[in-house]
Write a protein that binds this ligand. Structure first.
Ligand code: BGC
Length: 904
């Protein structure tokens, strides 16, 4: 027992370092208005083409341990109607339910192109109603192919002039392209999206974007202008280039602008043969090679009414894509930041090299003044040679350069439209005079997903690695999850996608993005049920390696776990079943023997046959779990049985009971078997020993895995109670390790553990090793889903308080609200601050030091554990148990500050 003095000292020593805040201002006591209203994971989306959209909101309450016991949603056809609390489209009434996510629309049919206004309120545990939320909106897209009146038209520069009569009350542009477009109305670019639309399997599906253009149009003369680029649609096949050639010969535009006038009249202006076309200033464009732009060919006024287009020809109509036109329901690609170059050097006469200080994706904005016809060439690189010149050996077949020819009229500003580069350095040649730091700005471009998480810890190398993960993840989001951003790939390699999805979901708001990508995967599925290595398919094996194909079931499963997305499971169930049937048809005697990559970029080779079998087992058991979730218990049982047979076959083929090792004893081999619980019980401990011995004694606490193996290894070590060893690997700075990349000056994660810079495969911006980011949140931060729960309804806060770390702090904006966990440790005391969203609950695992005796635990100043017993009475804390040195508290929603102290 402590004496009073000691207790005071301990209390005083606790510093409230990490007080989180949900950013809600509470007025009165009780339930506050819901915030964070989303429709199909998006806030106020325009262009929703799901007939029964799903809604979610975040709850707030001034008291702890609060639940939503009921909700009411109102949806109105007008803002005024909603203001009067009239749910003329749908009034859910008071629905008794704790669901505040994935709530499906159940009103009357929603109409194409129509905008709806909604709000929600909830009732708390005591039956008190919250105020209504602020109003949110969603607008339906064009729901059927018949809504589309236009034709696909081809061309480089396109324009259309037209007259409008009457007062315009509403106008919507629905736009897409095979390739990329920039739409302009009356001289101005519409919207802030770049590299739009998303990369899809265009012949099957093209995504359109909806813009509110009401204020762009005017009564009288108007003009539309469109610039088109080939993007992924026309990307050709050369030596080293994609294995699948271009989808189309030329880029094409499909546009429809629906205009509503006062009095109710509506008209549509559409893309068709009445448009005019010409060759514009973009001489050539390619995602890999860059853009060639001749400003002398600009035609001022081309996108405004009154321009003389008599020299232009009629636009060619084209068959275009006959696939589905779907609304692009995910964050667009945008220029998200501007970077001032860090330095400029001139390694050779007339050659200038700008250092952005950060490996990034996007392009640069050039500011230049000089005589007409001057050609400035910008060449991009991730690396420089020792003499300061750029090293482009790792770009493969990508030319990655932009060439700008000046028009010679004062200061000119240029940035490309239809390409992007992965680079830290920019070489400028042909510049008239000497450039300054102000001659270039780095323009950071990627899919503009919002931040969802933060992780920071007292060990700097972890924060450095987290920064690399952050950059590599973002710079590899270009409407699909890509492998890299610099060489001639930038593909949706599915292995990379599955390896990093959990990390991405902790760091960023990924729900809409993966919803889209999962549909892309389904679109890319072959008739026999198999899947390609890349989606959309451009590169790679057919069928893909199992570690790549497995992205399909895994991403569906992660959507279920992280967001509670049952619809994803429902919608993909049949296609997943087909996929499993494909695997089965290639697995005589329950062994699957088609493989290519195995454990990619590994240091110790693990046989592909073995890895293939493990994935086969994993996929079948996951499918069985999905069947269970969907209530298909017969199928769940039969696939569960099949999984059991695969496991037996795998153990027969690959388990060596004499040495207690799998396959050829690599870290990957043993880690995969242990993670998936393949190991016969009586051998488990010995296999664990084989694995940890290999890490510690065999490799001096270093990894030998590729990116497949390491994803299993880190969480496995934590589940084995060896977070200390996982931590040692995480903070390792000698080769091979993440820290080694940091020490060698990396600003994004590498593709290889090795520091290479030659012509071979060695991208300096790959995200696949970033899977360790999920471990940062789960293990060091301690934020976990309860294994029996999805969507953060039941949470498990279990920070791994490892010796060398003094504190760590993590927070994730989950679908149910902010979950955070911050802890600090000093000899004799441990503090953990926790935030649990309303309607969720958590187990908070507070570990004592190994030698501690007489443990006392406080929460917010009240004793909750003393004399070996739980002390009740603290609001929100419902129960506590002790198992050895682990104390587990059951808490309801709210903010908590646990403090543990003990003697020796
Ligand atoms: C990509 C990888 C990918 C691999 C598979 C590489 O070229 O960059 O990230 O997963 O190929 O074959």
């Amino acid at each position: 027992m402590f004496d009073g003095n000691r207790r005071l000292q301990v209390m005083g020593a606790f510093v409230f370092l990490f007080l989180g805040s949900a950013g809600v201002v509470y007025g009165a006591e009780g339930p506050a208005a819901p915030t964070g209203l989303r429709c199909e994971y998006l806030s106020n989306p325009m262009g929703v083409d799901v007939q029964k959209p799903r809604f979610s909101w975040v709850l707030h309450h001034t008291e702890r341990a609060q639940m939503q016991t009921a909700y009411q949603i109102l949806i109105a056809g007008s803002a005024e109607g909603l203001g009067r609390d009239a749910g003329d489209i749908w009034d859910s009434g008071k629905v008794e339910s704790s669901d505040s996510t994935q709530v499906g629309y159940a009103g009357k049919g929603l109409s194409s192109g129509k905008k709806y206004y909604w709000k929600v309120r909830y009732w708390d545990t005591a039956g008190n109603a919250s105020p209504y939320s602020a109003a949110a909106q969603f607008e339906m897209g064009l729901l059927s192919r018949d809504d589309w009146k236009g034709q696909w038209i081809e061309g480089n520069l396109l324009r259309k002039e037209f007259d409008l009569e009457g007062k315009i009350v509403r106008a919507r542009a629905y736009v897409t392209a095979l390739g990329y477009y920039e739409l302009r109305i009356n001289g101005e670019k519409v919207g802030r999206n770049v590299l739009d639309p998303a990369f899809t399997t265009y012949p099957k599906r093209v995504l359109y974007t909806t813009y509110d253009v009401t204020r762009r149009l005017r009564s009288g003369k108007n003009a539309f202008g469109a610039m088109l680029g080939g993007g992924w649609a026309t990307l050709g096949r050369r030596f080293f280039d994609p294995e699948v050639g271009p989808y189309y010969k030329a880029p094409a535009l499909l546009l429809q602008v629906n205009i509503e006038f006062e009095g109710g009249k509506t008209i549509s202006v559409v893309s068709d043969g009445s448009w005019k076309a010409t060759q514009g200033p973009i001489v050539s464009d390619s995602v890999y090679d860059g853009e060639v732009y001749d400003a002398r060919r600009e035609q001022p006024g081309w996108d405004q009414p009154g321009f003389d287009d008599s020299a232009w020809s009629a636009a060619q109509t084209a068959e275009g894509s006959t696939g589905v036109l779907s609304a692009q329901m995910m964050p667009p690609i945008r220029v998200v930041d501007s970077i001032v170059p860090r330095s400029i050097s001139s390694p050779m006469p007339y050659v200038f090299v700008f250092d952005m200080g950060q490996n990034m994706s996007g392009w640069v904005q050039l500011r230049v003044q000089g005589p007409a016809g001057t050609r400035v060439t910008l060449r991009f690189a991730e690396l420089v040679y020792p003499d300061g010149t750029i090293n482009r050996e790792n770009l493969g077949g990508a030319k990655s350069r932009d060439i700008y020819t000046l028009k010679g009229q004062g200061e000119e500003t240029y940035e490309p439209r239809f390409t992007y580069h992965g680079f830290r350095y920019v070489e400028v040649t042909g510049f008239p005079g000497t450039p300054s730091l102000d001659s270039l700005r780095g323009r950071v471009v990627h899919t503009a997903v919002g931040a969802a998480g933060s992780f920071v810890a007292s060990k700097q190398i972890l924060n450095d690695i987290q920064r690399l993960i952050h950059w590599s993840q973002l710079t590899n989001l270009f409407s699909i999850p890509t492998d890299c951003d610099q060489r001639n790939e930038r593909q949706g390699w599915m292995g990379d996608a599955q390896a990093t999805a959990e990390e991405a979901m902790m760091n960023f708001d990924m729900a809409a993005f993966y919803t889209n990508f999962i549909r892309d995967i389904r679109d890319a599925q072959f008739p026999d049920g198999s899947l390609p290595d890349t989606v959309p398919r451009k590169y790679g094996g057919v069928p893909g390696d199992l570690g790549w194909q497995t992205a399909y079931p895994l991403l569906c499963w992660y959507m279920w776990q992280q967001y509670g997305d049952r619809r994803i499971l429902e919608e993909n169930y049949d296609a997943l079943k087909k996929y499993v049937a494909f695997l089965r048809s290639h697995a005589q005697d329950n062994v699957y023997r088609l493989h290519w990559e195995g454990d990619w970029v590994e240091l110790a080779h693990t046989p592909g046959d073995y890895i293939g079998d493990v994935w086969y087992y994993y996929d079948v058991s996951l499918f069985s779990k999905m069947a269970q979730v969907l209530g298909k218990s017969d199928e769940a049982a039969s696939y569960g049985q099949l999984a059991g047979q695969i496991k037996d076959a795998l153990n027969r083929a690959f388990f060596d009971a004499h040495t207690d090792n799998y396959a050829n004893r690599t870290q990957t081999a043993n880690a995969m078997a242990l993670s998936l619980d393949l190991v016969p019980k009586e051998h488990r401990e010995a296999v664990v020993r084989s694995l940890t011995d290999d890490i510690v004694y065999g490799h001096n606490t270093h990894l030998t895995t590729g990116f497949i193996g390491v994803k299993f290894l880190m969480p496995l070590l934590t589940s084995l109670g060896r977070s200390d060893l996982a931590y040692d690997l995480a903070v390792q700075t000698t080769y091979p390790s993440w820290g080694y990349m940091v020490e060698r000056g990396a600003t994004t994660l590498w593709e290889l553990w090795q520091d290479k810079s030659g012509p071979g495969m060695n991208s300096h911006d790959h995200i696949m090793f970033g899977s360790v980011g999920a471990w940062f949140y789960n293990a060091l931060g301690g934020i976990n889903l309860d294994p029996e729960s999805v969507g953060y309804q039941h949470i498990r806060i279990a920070p791994q308080i490892v010796e060398d770390l003094h504190w760590a702090s993590a927070s994730v904006d989950t679908i149910r609200g902010t979950v955070s966990s911050s802890w600090s440790h000093s000899p004799g005391s441990i503090a953990i601050d926790v935030t649990v969203p309303v309607s969720s609950d958590a187990q908070v695992v507070v570990p004592a030091e190994a030698q501690m005796t007489d443990v006392v635990i406080w929460e917010g100043g009240r004793v909750v554990w003393e004399d070996g017993r739980y002390v009740s009475g603290d609001p929100g804390v419902k129960a506590a148990t002790q198992q050895g040195r682990i104390f587990t508290f059951q808490v309801g929603s709210g903010n908590y500050s646990f403090r543990l102290a003990g003697g020796e």
